[in-house]
Design a protein around this ligand. Structure first.
Ligand SMILES: Nc1ncnc2c1ncn2[C@@H]1O[C@H](COP(=O)(O)OP(=O)(O)OP(=O)(O)O)[C@@H](O)[C@H]1O
Ligand SMILES: Nc1ncnc2c1ncn2[C@@H]1O[C@H](COP(=O)(O)OP(=O)(O)OP(=O)(O)O)[C@@H](O)[C@H]1O
Ligand SMILES: [Mg+2]
Ligand SMILES: [Mg+2]
Lengths: 227, 227
């Protein structure tokens, strides 16, 4: 499903060269459940952003479903981003002037549903993360963990074939975090592919495979013996 | 040092009443090290914002160092916020157009140092969180965990007598998180008072006392037998 070769991302700042990604090779098959771990600054979010078609690499290739992403038109890319991929951002990226409900409806604007069905699906997605009583709140009227859950609800509302989640439980207490992991498990059981960045060992324990990054490269890639 | 009685914070949204804090009593002595835990939405950040003099309660009292905070002038409050208290926000709150260095210098603008000394102190603070090679980066040129560390460096640069940290390790890998906890431990050993909100048990384990919140109230308040 996902095939990455020699992926490189370089930032130039004055005389400095920062290799955020320094030659990454990675294959992810359909219905895999992969956890990505590694030190702060090791390139995890950079990799996720490229996987999510939100950023382009400096060099290297990314094939998604057999298609070279670098060859896709903007129209095709937008289609992939909105229908195939659900993305939970490390910094949530909610629209501040919109309610939780409208934020979660956003990815559905590309589907063929009428507004009533969209609203119902968004409400359902918020209920699944325990936010039924917060749907009219704007982001600044929500707690940190509630904002994180709105970001998760938005990523899941489209029932995406690929879920990319960057530190999805960083602001959640243990019980709420368990509920979110259960949601991801359901998605995985239904056949979807999940890639999750996490620094928490008990979150990574749910994955079937653990990839460790360091200084923009993959340091190790092992199967999880007891998921 | 900190004495809170019947602290209440109510939000009215249309016909709804949300009790973010619902009658909180809390005493924190000088040089205590307290961890606050509790479910997402239980009122932890709301309590921290009031403790940090960044927000006012709807009812109840807050005495800081024997002075009623509600009676302080804006001038006195600004002084307390900038000289006495270091605050690590759950959502970092960095200034996007400023570099990491300038963001960390900010609290020092109230001190009597000249710009050279300010710059040196800000640089030192960034070095202590492992960001010596990122001081010229702006927030959008930093990883999530690097932004979190800039927020921590800014909170510590003034050597505050009270450190209030809201989920300071939510985006940090285990090793970086350990380094941050070591910094807090040094601060505590030097006599400072620390209140930290966290959902991670091994972070709370460093504290000497654990307060649990639920639905805007304190559910339990116990000493940590093995800090
Ligand atoms: N401006 C606001 N208007 C309405 N409700 C609000 C507002 N700000 C916060 N709330 C509500 O107050 C409650 C407490 O929020 P708070 O941010 O203190 O929770 P928290 O314990 O820090 O949660 P988390 O662990 O998710 O960060 C939440 O249910 C939130 O929805
Ligand atoms: N626009 C940019 N300009 C310069 N350097 C950048 C830029 N964006 C990211 N970086 C650098 O690239 C490196 C990798 O960043 P990335 O966000 O992928 O790390 P990460 O593994 O997600 O870290 P964390 O666990 O802290 O979230 C970091 O050292 C960061 O400072
Ligand atoms: Mg990241
Ligand atoms: Mg909070």
């Amino acid at each position: 499903l996902i095939s990455i070769r020699n992926l490189t991302k370089i930032y130039r700042m004055g005389s400095e060269t920062i290799r955020a990604l320094d030659g990454v090779d990675l294959d992810v098959d359909r219905n895999e459940y992969v956890a990505i771990m590694g030190a702060s600054g090791s390139g995890k979010s950079t990799l996720m952003n490229i996987l999510g078609c939100l950023d382009k690499p400096t060099a290297g290739s990314y094939e998604l479903n057999g298609n070279l992403v670098s060859r896709m038109s903007n129209y095709e890319l937008a289609g992939v981003r909105n229908r195939e991929i659900g993305f939970v951002f490390q910094t949530f990226e909610l629209l501040p002037r919109w309610t939780a409900l409208r934020n979660v409806e956003m990815p559905l604007l590309y589907a063929r549903d009428g507004w009533r069905r969209r609203r119902a699906r968004a409400r359902e997605s918020l209920e699944r993360v325990g936010l039924a009583n917060r749907i009219t709140h704007k982001p600044n009227q929500l707690s940190g963990g509630q904002r994180q859950r709105v970001a998760i609800a938005r990523a899941l509302v489209n029932n995406p074939s690929i879920l990319l989640a960057d530190e999805p439980t960083g602001n959640l207490d243990t019980r709420t975090s368990d509920e979110v992991m259960r949601l991801f498990e359901n998605l995985h059981a239904a056949g979807q592919t999940i890639v999750i960045v996490t620094h928490e060992a008990d979150v990574a324990a749910h994955a079937r495979r653990i990839v460790r990054m360091r200084d923009g490269r993959i340091q190790s890639d092992t199967l999880n013996p007891n998921p």
